[in-house]
Design a protein around this ligand. Structure first.
Ligand SMILES: CC(C)(COP(=O)(O)OP(=O)(O)OC[C@H]1O[C@@H](n2cnc3c(N)ncnc32)[C@H](O)[C@@H]1OP(=O)(O)O)[C@@H](O)C(=O)NCCC(=O)NCCS
Length: 182
């Protein structure tokens, strides 16, 4: 799976991305509300190797993609969870390196992802599970037209701490409506 937008290219992570991926994913500000934080460059490399052959038709797996500028600079990554059954309900997560935040890159990448998931993959529903304190991410998801539809009290353990898990979701028809409004 490869997606092209006006400024970005979403394609597979490569072993040569390990330094950049490790640098931003191990940044405490980036990892604050995330389940995974590499402790070493080797862990970042293992992560890249583990997902190198993932495809959208591999059920119950995470499909990880690099988010790159046109010159191939890695500025972030996103993950799409492919459901176990053919039920059309997908989940995702996204990370942008701090120096590239606030420039509309996450929204641009997610718009392309949503187009692909609701189009080519014919998803019925797409959701994201986020730490309730992650205000930038909640604002990002709302800006895409997603709804907050659940708030689970202390249902997620992040690095030894119980945190509230908030679910944002969108249905295929809601995405079609949001696109038409743009
Ligand atoms: C959440 C995150 C992905 C946003 O990436 P980004 O590229 O900076 O976001 P964008 O520039 O595309 O912003 C799009 C919208 O999101 C919201 N937003 C993004 N960052 C924000 C911030 N720091 N504070 C408030 N709103 C914010 C705004 O509504 C913004 O639209 P606007 O610029 O028109 O106001 C980024 O902050 C990040 O990687 N955080 C660390 C990793 C993480 O927690 N990921 C969430 C897991 S799903």
């Amino acid at each position: 799976m490869e997606l092209i937008t006006a400024r970005l290219r979403l394609d597979p992570l490569r072993e040569s991305d390990a330094d950049a991926l490790y640098a931003y994913r191990s940044d405490p500000a980036v990892a604050l509300y995330q389940g995974w934080k590499p402790s070493t460059r080797g862990e970042a490399l293992d992560f890249i190797r583990a997902q190198q052959h993932s495809t959208p038709d591999r059920r119950d797996s995470w499909l990880q993609r690099a988010i790159r500028l046109a010159d191939a600079t890695l500025i972030g990554d996103l993950g799409l969870h492919i459901p176990a059954g053919a039920d059309g309900s997908y989940a995702f997560g996204i990370t942008i390196a701090p120096v590239y935040q606030g420039m509309g890159y996450a929204r641009e990448a997610l718009r392309a992802l949503f187009d692909m998931v609701f189009g080519e993959l014919r998803a019925h529903r797409l959701h994201a599970s986020i730490d309730q304190r992650n205000a930038p991410c909640a604002a990002l998801l709302r800006s895409l037209g997603m709804r907050q539809e659940a708030h689970f009290r202390e249902s997620l353990k992040l690095r030894g701490e119980w945190v509230d898990d908030v679910i944002f979701a969108m249905l295929a028809r809601e995405w079609a409506h949001a696109r038409a409004e743009r």
